[in-house]
Write a protein that binds this ligand. Structure first.
Ligand SMILES: NC(=O)CC[C@H](N)C(=O)O
Length: 217
């Protein structure tokens, strides 16, 4: 997983990878070499202090040129929260994330419905499964033009949707989407904070990391 200046959840993402049975490799924003990893996670946080727009500066980090190349060649990439913002800024995913409609930072446990299990990051879930993971952001409202939203729905690329209330005004309650090939996924809530019943709302988040490893539930 990549650390940008201002990343916050890189170590939790690494811990989630290890908890799922994988090996976590630390990547640095200024180093374009991906160290032969099999997949990349862009973690949550406040890359470059959220200046300009969340993710807008991180998108130009040296490492992102390699991530973009890899993503186009089928490498699995998961962007969590700030990572989702970076993926949209990098045009690996369509649309944008804007300030929450209520203009406040939100931090709570959130129920999601997993809508698409045919991605590299969601195959461990059942279609329609409801999971609870934390959400914590200021700019989490997913927006796109109507044609893009219709295409995402028609192609089954809405990966997860908010249930029990929309925490940020996201259009069509979208919590996460994938690219056409399903190797790139962006998710606003934080599955890496729900991998240990002792500290999280449960272990529902582990499925994202297990999916990648093909570990059966
Ligand atoms: N938890 C996060 O990754 C926060 C993302 C971003 N800094 C925001 O507030 O929207």
């Amino acid at each position: 997983m990549v650390t940008f200046p201002g990343s916050l959840d890189d170590r939790d993402a690494a811990r989630a990878v290890r908890a799922a049975g994988g090996e976590a490799v630390a990547l640095w924003h200024a180093d374009p070499w991906l160290h032969d990893v099999d997949a990349v996670i862009l973690p949550g946080g406040f890359s470059y202090g959220d200046y300009l727009r969340c993710g807008a500066i991180a998108r130009f980090s040296p490492v992102m040129a390699s991530v973009i190349d890899g993503a186009h060649n089928g490498m699995p990439v998961l962007g969590i929260c700030n990572g989702f913002q970076v993926l949209c800024e990098a045009h690996l995913l369509p649309g944008a994330l804007v300030r929450n409609d209520h203009q406040r930072f939100v931090c709570r446990d959130q129920t999601l419905r997993v809508e698409n299990t045919r991605t590299r990051w969601t195959s461990d879930y059942r279609e329609g499964q409801e999971i609870v993971v934390p959400i914590k952001n200021a700019e989490g409202g997913y927006v796109a033009d109507a044609a893009t939203l219709d295409a995402l729905e028609a192609e089954g690329r809405v990966v997860a949707r908010y249930v029990d209330g929309n925490p940020n005004g996201s259009q069509r309650h979208i919590a996460g989407i994938s690219n056409e090939a399903g190797n790139v996924v962006g998710l606003m809530p934080h599955p890496e904070h729900a991998i240990d019943a002792l500290t999280g709302p449960g272990t529902d988040g582990l499925g994202f990391f297990r999916s990648l490893l093909g570990v059966p539930a």
